[in-house]
Write a protein that binds this ligand. Structure first.
Ligand SMILES: Nc1nc2c(ncn2[C@@H]2O[C@H](COP(=O)(O)OP(=O)(O)O)[C@@H](O)[C@H]2O)c(=O)[nH]1
Ligand SMILES: [Mg+2]
Length: 215
């Protein structure tokens, strides 16, 4: 994890967008105190799966929206405050695959490669698992620390669709959260998983195939 343990001079190591955000936070804070950012995460996924709704639910009002350098693609950045920790978060443009076709996808891919990310939250639509899980596989295979957020469970429920999150968790070897961002459902579990992924040692991964027992 890219953690700033230092108490002093830490500010100089932060990118400009983060300094601007922290300045805003300082202006809002009656004590004028700044805490160091202790990790960075990103929301990724196809368009219209609820990434931006989730981003605003997690960050609240202090967000920084800017064009990705050299493009007209907007990228939102913010800070999540969780149990005394401050975590930087990026809302990436919609992407279907790690092999980009559109400019948005290229920006999303570049952000994934260039930012030092401690967790990548892949947001997918619970009604379209088959179409969206291939990107989850790609992200896992590329070595990103993925959390799978299966959003729009309210709509899946209405259609009578069931998602076996524990089976998925075991098969994929990553945390899986069922949620509905607009209804604020699953947010507590997601926040807890973010904290665990960033600050606790990761739980043992499930074993694939047969266990070899020593004679
Ligand atoms: N029913 C339902 N709608 C949602 C949920 N999350 C997001 N939406 C809606 O899905 C649409 C796309 O959301 P948005 O956050 O813009 O998706 P993005 O393109 O991934 O950033 C919006 O109309 C949201 O209100 C959810 O959990 N349930
Ligand atoms: Mg969006």
């Amino acid at each position: 994890m890219n953690c700033h343990q230092c108490q002093e001079n830490c500010q100089s190591q932060k990118p400009n967008w983060l300094r601007r955000l922290l300045r805003k936070n300082r202006q809002q804070s009656p004590l004028g105190q700044i805490q160091a950012i202790e990790g960075n995460i990103a929301l990724v996924g196809t368009p219209n799966v609820g990434k931006s709704v989730l981003f605003h639910r997690l960050t609240g009002m202090y967000v920084d929206v800017s064009n990705y350098p050299g493009t007209t693609v907007e990228v939102s950045r913010g800070v999540i405050k969780l149990k005394g920790h401050q975590i930087g978060i990026i809302d990436t443009p919609g992407m279907y695959s790690l092999v980009p076709i559109s400019e948005e996808e290229k920006v999303a891919r570049d952000l994934l490669l260039q930012e030092s990310l401690d967790a990548v939250i892949h947001v997918i639509d619970a009604k379209n698992l088959g179409r969206m899980l291939p990107l989850t596989f790609q992200l896992i295979e590329a070595g990103f620390p993925v959390i799978l957020a299966i959003n729009m469970m309210d709509e899946a429920d209405k259609l009578g669709l069931k998602v076996q999150s524990l089976a998925l968790e075991t098969e994929l070897g990553i945390p899986v959260i069922l949620m509905s961002a607009t209804l604020n459902q699953g947010m507590r579990e997601l926040k807890q998983t973010i904290l665990q992924s960033l600050f606790l040692s990761s739980p043992p991964k499930p074993t694939f195939g047969k266990l070899e027992v020593a004679p």
